[in-house]
Design a protein around this ligand. Structure first.
Ligand code: ARG
Length: 418
């Protein structure tokens, strides 16, 4: 008997990937190895593993990738201040290159010649996974059953029934969600109407700001070289720190995001996120950078950050361009060490204090009281030279040709005649 070829399928335990186990075996005549990756999306992993085997996988692998996710993806993205379009902390987007990498590793380990995932044909995730696999495992074929099979939800459920695949009860939910340690995303159902306020039921990690405690809470986050290392003085590993901060900030309703997002595949979509820890850490990190980076470093970082967030969103994690930008970001983080104090109150997360041993903030220079050491008289010469080109140009052009100017100068004011 000849052995069948093998495929490693990224398996979540949901309806799509469960149906995919059977569908791939039937349509591609392959042995399916189910790979479930734990990136901090609290699920019953033993149950998922069991279900994969019952559904027809020849092997079910569960990998704990939480530390890899934190150290190779979340923290570097935090150091980069990565937010897509200024709003989305990229939780899902960050997990995809890791999943692609582990699919490739497992395929090579198991002697499989293809990998598979359950992405649809209209999202960003298919791009991120396909491109990641293409970069790291160019020898592997990619199968995306959901993109191919053209079954409606109803047909999928019928297919599942026919093949004895248990349909999860959560299927009644109109929402499509994805979650990991860095955040949760919610799409579909009533959310597809951008005018409709997200109903309370879509949120799982955050309290409604109106129901949050009536008194504010404070939390102090300590960073070393741009990486959070302690909460309220207690040193924690990355996973514990983010988990604890999620609870703390979520209880105060922090981290709800409602975003009309530009997808890579050319459509706008309405995305609701809850990312309480990400929102708090990104804010705190930026506050510490404000203390420790020069104006030039920080201005240029904003340019880098936009490119950085786009390349994460667009699935180009394993690019040389990313390495180039990461080198700049890493260099900027050398003195981003210190503490930030946040106030959590009714959905707001506000920076109320910051300190750093390498701070560029000098009280002696900033103060208006007696201790002032700033040399006021030196401003006169500075202002003279600063304004010199402006004065020269205004005389030669602005004042010389008033009729030829773009409209930045209000008309001359005349006093009304008595
Ligand atoms: N729009 C977000 C992104 O592209 C979230 C995607 C959520 N993915 C999912 N399979 N539900 O990163």
């Amino acid at each position: 008997m000849t052995q069948r070829d093998k495929v490693v399928l990224a398996y979540s335990g949901g309806l799509d990937t469960s149906v995919a186990i059977k569908w791939i075996a039937e349509n591609y005549n392959l042995d399916v190895i189910a790979l479930t990756i734990d990136v901090g999306n609290q699920r019953d992993l033993a149950m998922i593993r069991d279900k994969a085997l019952k559904t027809g996988a020849i092997k079910a692998i569960v990998l704990d990738a939480k530390d890899l996710f934190v150290n190779y993806f979340i923290f570097p993205a935090l150091q980069a201040d990565a937010m897509y379009e200024g709003e989305y902390p990229l939780a899902t987007a960050l997990s995809r290159p890791l999943i692609a990498k582990l699919l490739v590793d497992m395929a090579h380990e198991e002697g499989a010649n293809s990998v598979a995932h359950g992405c649809t044909g209209k999202g960003n995730d298919q791009v991120r996974l396909d491109v990641g696999v293409a970069a790291l495992g160019p020898d592997l074929k990619i199968i995306a059953p959901v993109r191919e099979w053209k079954m409606s939800r109803k047909e999928e459920i019928e297919y599942a029934d026919k093949h004895g695949i248990p349909v999860p009860t959560t299927i009644a939910s109109p929402y499509s969600t994805d979650e990991n340690l860095w955040g949760r995303s919610i799409e579909c159902g009533v959310l597809e109407d951008p005018w409709a306020e997200p109903p309370e039921e879509v949120y799982k990690w955050t309290k409604a700001p109106k129901d949050a405690p009536a008194t504010p809470a404070y939390v102090e986050i300590e960073f070393e070289k741009g990486i959070p290392v302690a909460l309220d003085g207690e040193r924690l590993d990355g996973f514990s720190l983010i988990s604890r901060l999620t609870e703390l900030t979520g209880a105060h309703g922090v981290g709800r995001i409602d975003h009309i997002e530009n997808r890579l595949v050319g459509i706008k979509s309405r995305e609701v996120y809850e990312c309480p820890a990400a929102v708090a850490l990104l804010k705190a990190h930026k506050a510490l950078e404000d203390m420790t980076l020069s104006k030039d470093q920080s201005r240029f970082k904003q340019v880098v950050v936009q490119q950085y967030a786009d390349l994460i969103y667009n699935g180009l994690w394993f690019s040389a361009f990313h390495q180039d930008l990461a080198a700049y970001v890493q260099s900027t983080q050398r003195y981003v060490t210190g503490s930030v104090r946040l106030r959590l109150f009714k959905g707001e997360c506000t920076v109320v204090g910051r300190k750093s041993p390498s701070s560029l903030y000098s009280h002696a220079l900033a103060t208006y009281d007696k201790a002032d050491q700033f040399d006021h008289s030196s401003s006169v010469g500075f202002i003279h030279l600063w304004g010199l080109p402006l004065k020269t140009q205004a005389q030669a052009q602005l004042l010389a040709h008033p009729g030829e100017q773009i409209n930045i100068l209000p008309p001359k004011v005349k006093l009304a005649e008595e």
